[in-house]
Design a protein around this ligand. Structure first.
Ligand code: ADP
Ligand code: ZN
Length: 288
């Protein structure tokens, strides 16, 4: 029995299950302060005899095993969670191996092993929601360097008619600043769900995401691209991406049929929690 935590900015999802992604029990817990949220997480897992735990967390987080603050959430704007020793808290409570990665890396792993990229040794998973983040699987492994990638904060070319400042607290008009859910809401004055019929909203969204995808494709050459997160519920964005991406790439790279190359998550909204189960399984295997 494996434990999994998908730690998000608004809620935590916990699950127990197996390495095939089968979930036996699950619970949703609001993200408040660590004392409160984590005591509910621990209470949930105490009901089961778990062998290891996998965490897919909001970040930034410290995933460098050599670092003194490995296992911590680091510079998050959510102050109560800043410098929180996430891995250590669960290790102390359960005495089992704990796998730790970003929420998007967990989702990328889930999609690579059991979802839309099953059978492939590379893929890119991108979430477009409250923030924009991505995880890459390269040669069958999650891509990691100095730290985890932060692909949501790349620079994109601004649309000539877009005068919106940008929402990223660090860079203003990076990709996340121009194309996240909150950026859509601030630019157009309404939440995404209330803008469904406004074609220009989703056309512009695809305009920016296509640019990001061009760069990811040129650098990583993933075998499949999976786009999840709340904003991607607007399937018009896929249509816009399929229009703009060929205009940008200009036949320089031979692309597969875009509608089967750039897709929704095969695991739906379970990509993150399934990937966290796989992280738990990896932590267990590494220990053995
Ligand atoms: P989070 O990123 O916090 O995990 P989501 O992926 O659901 O959660 O992203 C939330 C953002 O996505 C919000 O800005 C919200 O307005 C937007 N969003 C959620 N659902 C939709 C939808 N159906 N259409 C357009 N935008 C949506
Ligand atoms: Zn940014």
């Amino acid at each position: 029995m494996l434990g999994a935590v998908e730690a998000g900015g608004t809620k935590f999802v916990c699950a127990v299950g197996d390495e095939k992604g089968k979930i036996i029990d699950t619970i949703k817990i609001p993200t408040t302060v660590p004392e409160e949220t984590m005591s509910m997480v621990i209470e949930f897992f105490k009901q089961y005899d778990i062998e290891s735990i996998g965490i897919g967390s909001f970040g930034p987080i410290d995933v460098n095993h050599e670092s003194e603050t490995y296992g911590y959430i680091t510079s998050t704007p959510k102050l109560a969670w800043r410098n929180y020793p996430f891995v250590q808290a669960l290790e102390e409570s359960f005495g089992v191996p704990v796998g730790f990665n970003t929420d998007v890396n967990a989702a990328a792993l889930g999609e690579a092993v059991l979802g839309a990229a099953k059978g492939l040794d590379s893929c890119l998973y991108i979430t477009v929601g409250t923030g924009i983040g991505a995880g890459a699987v390269v040669n069958g492994k999650l891509l990691q360097g100095l730290s985890h990638p932060e692909m949501g904060h790349i620079i994109v070319r601004r649309h000539p008619e877009d005068t919106y400042n940008g929402k990223c607290p660090y860079h203003a008009d990076c990709l996340e600043g121009l194309a996240s859910g909150p950026a859509i809401e601030e630019r157009w004055g309404k939440k995404g769900v209330s803008l469904i019929k406004r074609n220009e909203v989703w056309d512009l969204e695809g305009y920016y995401i296509a640019q990001a995808l061009m760069q990811y494709i040129l650098i990583l050459s993933p075998k499949k691209i999976i786009l999840g997160g709340g904003v991607m519920n607007q399937t018009q964005v896929f249509t816009s991406i399929y229009k703009y991406l060929p205009e940008l790439l200009k036949d320089y790279v031979t692309m597969p049929e875009l509608s089967s190359y750039i897709v929704s998550p095969g695991l739906g909204d379970r990509a993150g929690i399934t990937g966290s189960l796989l992280l738990a399984n990896q932590a267990l295997t590494e220990k053995e």
